[in-house]
Design a binder for this molecule. Sequence first.
Ligand SMILES: NC(=O)c1ccc[n+]([C@@H]2O[C@H](COP(=O)([O-])OP(=O)(O)OC[C@H]3O[C@@H](n4cnc5c(N)ncnc54)[C@H](OP(=O)(O)O)[C@@H]3O)[C@@H](O)[C@H]2O)c1
Length: 259
Amino acid sequence: MDYGIKGETALVLGGSKGLAFACAQALVEAGVRVAINGRNAADGEAAVAKLGYGAVFIQGDLGEAGKTAATIDAARRALGSIHILVTNAGGPPPGQFDEHGIDVWRRALEVNMLAAVEAVQRVLPDMRAAHFGRIVNITSFVVKEPYPNMALSNSIRVALTGAMSTLAREAAGDGITVNNILPGLMDTGALQRVIDARVRKQGKTEAQVRDEMAKSVPMQRLGTAEDFGPLCAFLCSKHASYITAQNIAVDGGLVRGLI
Ligand SMILES: NC(=O)c1ccc[n+]([C@@H]2O[C@H](COP(=O)([O-])OP(=O)(O)OC[C@H]3O[C@@H](n4cnc5c(N)ncnc54)[C@H](OP(=O)(O)O)[C@@H]3O)[C@@H](O)[C@H]2O)c1
């Protein structure tokens, strides 16, 4: 399928591993020139080597002051104006409402909401000038159904969802779409941290926890990064120009809601 975005430019935040890396891969396959970001430089360089097609890595912790702005600037220097933005970072730590102090809440807000808001604010002028823009935020199925022991994610993802829903309507007239993809239980880094926490808390083996999780999904398995990337590329394609303000779960039927 021709996605109609060959030669376009994309920045994938937190794109060196896992689900966002799968987005970057799918975008490269669609002919998009891609910059990815992450904290670990060795992982980032390995990721761009795997992506090929002139992909560049921009090192930076999105939770640190000034790093989101610096990442956008570096992406522009490497690729020119940015017309596709995928926002992502590692999820906040698992835990109950009162398990983490306010500093951990504040950091989660910085990394998982405010970095996305700032990145979008900084690329919107490029997108408006081109009368073409695609924003995809990787959030979580928890915006539809809060998950146990995930107080930070259950809270902060919802705030980002509200912000992006607002923006989607404001930017629609400029040829810009804004959508969120909601991973379910996907076998990548964030879920591994949840599994590790459950092993510690419940005294079960990792195999037991994985088996229970897989059985909780109607598809009877955990999702994979390969289940995820193609939707991201489609939402960035020319064909998705009338799809905006949507929250699309890739969760094997995990969330039982009607809509
Ligand atoms: N996997 C799931 O089942 C699941 C379910 C619901 C929601 N989610 C959410 O979906 C997102 C992606 O999950 P994933 O499993 O793909 O995660 P992952 O495998 O841990 O990958 C996270 C990516 O973000 C980068 N990153 C992490 N923190 C960062 C920071 N502060 N600044 C810049 N880059 C950062 C990581 O690279 P470095 O470590 O080198 O920085 C890596 O490239 C997460 O927000 C997660 O909570 C995942």
